[in-house]
Design a protein around this ligand. Structure first.
Ligand code: HEC
Length: 96
């Protein structure tokens, strides 16, 4: 193997490493920014994915309406759980 071949090989290797490293990094970053909350997953992730919740911002009044709507659609939730869910929604997903 002459110098030229070695150079090309080395450059290819570097490029591959860079591409792999970059995709790993973006993957890591995107998984960091998407938090999952156990109670939301459990209560709101059965009929649809919980992502629908994470991507929504609403006022307190708006979330109360959504909860009412989900109950009408058949969501089973105890008053205690409902309170906890509201606490999370108002803390994390409030429309300001
Ligand atoms: C019994 C099934 C069920 C459960 C459990 C459920 N949902 Fe839903 N949800 C639905 C259905 C069906 C739709 C979409 C159709 C529609 O809007 O009529 C929906 C749509 C939504 C939407 C988008 C539509 C809108 O009105 O903004 C949000 C936000 C939402 N759900 C939040 C929640 C939250 C928060 C919880 C947990 C507290 C939850 N859901 C649990 C059935 C459910």
């Amino acid at each position: 193997m002459n110098f030229e071949d070695g150079f090309v090989l080395c450059r290819r290797l570097l490029m591959t490493l860079m591409v792999v490293g970059f995709s790993t990094l973006t993957l890591l970053l995107s998984s960091c920014s998407q938090q999952t909350l156990p109670l939301i997953e459990q209560k709101c992730g059965t009929c649809h994915t919980a992502t629908i919740v994470y991507q929504t911002r609403r006022t307190e009044e708006g979330w109360r309406q959504v909860m009412h709507g989900m109950k009408i659609r058949g969501m089973e939730i105890t008053p205690e759980e409902e309170e906890q869910v509201f606490a999370i929604l108002f803390r994390e997903f409030l429309l300001k």
